[in-house]
Write a protein that binds this ligand. Structure first.
Ligand code: SF4
Length: 578
């Protein structure tokens, strides 16, 4: 994994490919790679859809090896949604395949003049780019079927749906899973629109003939991988809860904790929660012949994923994640699991961020455009996005735009990005992360639910401001580092609680690269990544004013605890003081 593939989509005479050594970016992977390239090579003040922006696709440092859980791929660029730097990562097969092909990053640069759609095929023999306008406006599912027919079923795909082609700010980039379904998305921040602005509809990867990446010290690596896997299996979250019920195990937990935002962040509990909980979802999946436990890529041992079948027992979509079930469920007052699953399918197919879309629909409900609880009207709105009607384009531009167009004050966004499924008043550590992360409101950037609610890695009272700054800061630093390894973030539950599992992760990195990484090096690495991202945002015009929650979170208490967000502005400004 020592090459960088650059494709200049705006070159005179058509896209131009160049392959060069990793050079200055040696030692970086995943988020560290995407943020380093964007920070160094993209003018911070550029328009996100202009030729000056770049889309960087990078497997993690351990991707392509035999290390368990190492299949995350990072996508990075200047975000059309936030206007700041963005890294959004996804599971599925592409990270492993790209890494085995030897690429530390694929960088799409420039922008083509016309409106042609391009298909990029990468295998051991090189890169082939062709114009293929028959792919225009295809949904991700049909697109992947066409790629299978053309290239066989040993491929992995990275693609955009109609939303990305329309350059909507909620558009995602889809990655195929083990069954070649486009179900794993780099959802946040509208990076599908950046791929669309480059004219690229799909990147097809085929690693036939390439072996697994070999570590520098195979014996140490093998032992570390076993210790790491054993550690994940013995932790109650990674070994039991996530495999059994998927991420949606959180619905009942957050609802009981009063931190489940309902009816556009008006209440912290939802009367319909039990009907859309992970327990209900898993039972339905099993009963209908789907799968309640499944890995999104080879080498996943937690297996939080699944497949959801309709009432007739036919595949409908992958197991909708907690945040997806919430954004269309509690946020919109909907408690019909089948309708939510249909929305999940539509969004995967159209290529949309499920969080941003659900929150935008909740904001539209608050405006009176449709009624809270109206699942069919929600489904129709998502279809309108896919068709590109004017109303669909408004909703597909995200919650902030929807709120502006329809005159809504209560719009739950930070830096223009919709808040996920944890109310920042009832889970105050998450409020600190939403406010201060470089990414806009993003739960994965510093998942304080661990210590606030789950009592993983200690306990910090979720309803009080004390301790939240340190909690969020430490999690943001650790997350930036983990997002660079290619490891799924869910390993964090085990490594926060079990020092020997954290050591096994360090041993994996050290055995792979011949390094001597320690806990302190991980912290330094995480800080370096956040520093680059923060610097980019500053140069793009962000100030401390963007590190704030909307005012109403400070003035409108949320039931049942009747609390407001109480962390002071001056304390938020200390998160990046180290
Ligand atoms: S734990 Fe879940 S999200 Fe993570 S790699 Fe496995 S299936 Fe994918």
């Amino acid at each position: 994994m020592d090459k960088i593939l650059r494709i200049d989509m705006g070159a005179a005479g058509g896209p131009k490919v160049s392959v060069g050594p990793i050079g200055d970016y040696a030692g970086l992977g995943g988020r560290a790679m995407t943020s380093a390239v964007i920070s160094k090579e993209v003018p911070p003040e550029c328009h996100p859809l202009s030729s000056a922006n770049k889309l960087v696709i990078a497997p993690g440092l351990l991707s392509g090896t035999a290390a368990a859980m190492s299949g995350r791929i990072s996508m990075g660029g200047k975000s059309p949604l936030t206007g700041g730097i963005k890294e959004s990562n996804a599971g599925g097969q592409p990270a492993q395949v790209l890494a085995r092909l030897g690429y530390a990053a694929v960088i799409l640069e420039g922008a083509p003049k016309g409106s042609d759609s391009y298909k990029i095929f990468i295998n051991k023999d090189g890169v082939k780019i062709t114009t293929d306008n028959s792919l225009k406006m295809l949904g991700n599912y049909d697109l992947v079927e066409k790629m299978k027919a053309q290239f066989g079923d040993k491929i992995a795909c990275i693609s955009i749906g109609p939303a990305g082609e329309m350059k909507l700010a909620s558009s995602s980039i889809a990655c195929t899973d083990m069954e070649l379904r486009p179900t794993r998305h780099a959802g946040r921040g509208g990076l599908g629109a950046v791929m669309g602005s480059k004219g690229v509809k799909v990147i097809v990867l085929d690693d036939t003939g390439m072996g697994m990446r070999q570590p520098k010290d195979p014996e140490k690596f093998k032992k570390a991988n076993k210790d790491f896997t054993d550690g994940l299996k013995k932790h109650s979250v990674t070994g039991q809860a996530l495999p059994a019920y998927g991420t949606n195990v959180l619905t009942n937990i957050l609802n009981e904790a009063g931190g489940y935002p309902t009816y556009n962040f008006k209440n912290g509990q939802f009367s319909g929660a039990a009907k859309i909980s992970g327990e209900t979802e898993a039972a339905l999946e099993t009963e209908r012949g789907g799968l309640a436990t499944h890995g999104c890529h080879r080498g996943c041992v937690i297996r939080c994923s699944g497949t959801y079948h309709d009432k007739d027992g036919h595949y409908l979509t992958k197991q909708p994640e907690y945040e997806t079930v919430w954004s269309h469920g509690g946020q919109c007052g909907i408690d019909d699991m089948d309708k939510i699953a249909m929305m999940d399918f539509l969004e995967d197919n159209i290529g949309l961020d499920t969080i941003e879309t659900g929150v935008a629909i909740g904001v539209a409900m608050e405006a009176g455009l449709l009624k809270f609880g109206d699942a069919d009207a929600s489904i129709n709105l998502i279809k309108e996005i896919g068709k590109g009607t004017p109303l669909g384009k408004i909703i597909g531009s995200g919650a902030a735009v929807t709120g502006k167009v329809f005159g809504v004050e209560r719009v739950p966004v930070v830096k223009g990005q919709a808040m996920p499924a944890y109310d920042p008043r009832a889970v105050q550590g998450m409020g600190v992360t939403y406010a201060t992360t470089t990414m806009g409101a993003d739960h994965t950037a510093g998942y304080a639910v661990t210590a606030n609610i789950l009592k993983v890695g200690g306990f910090v009272d979720p309803l009080k401001p004390e301790g939240q700054i340190d909690l969020s800061r430490n999690l943001q630093i650790a997350t930036a580092a983990i997002d660079s390894t290619g490891m799924c973030l869910f390993i964090a539950f085990a490594i926060l609680d079990q020092p020997e599992t954290f050591q096994a992760l360090l041993d994996l990195l050290n055995a792979c690269y011949g390094l001597n990484f320690t806990g302190d090096s991980v912290v330094a690495f995480g800080k370096k990544i956040l520093g680059m991202e923060r610097d980019f945002n500053k140069r793009a015009g962000f100030t401390s004013q963007q590190d704030r929650l909307p005012d109403y979170f400070k003035t409108q208490p949320i039931p049942p605890h009747n609390v407001t967000f109480m962390v002071k502005d001056e304390d938020l400004d200390k998160v990046y003081n180290w």
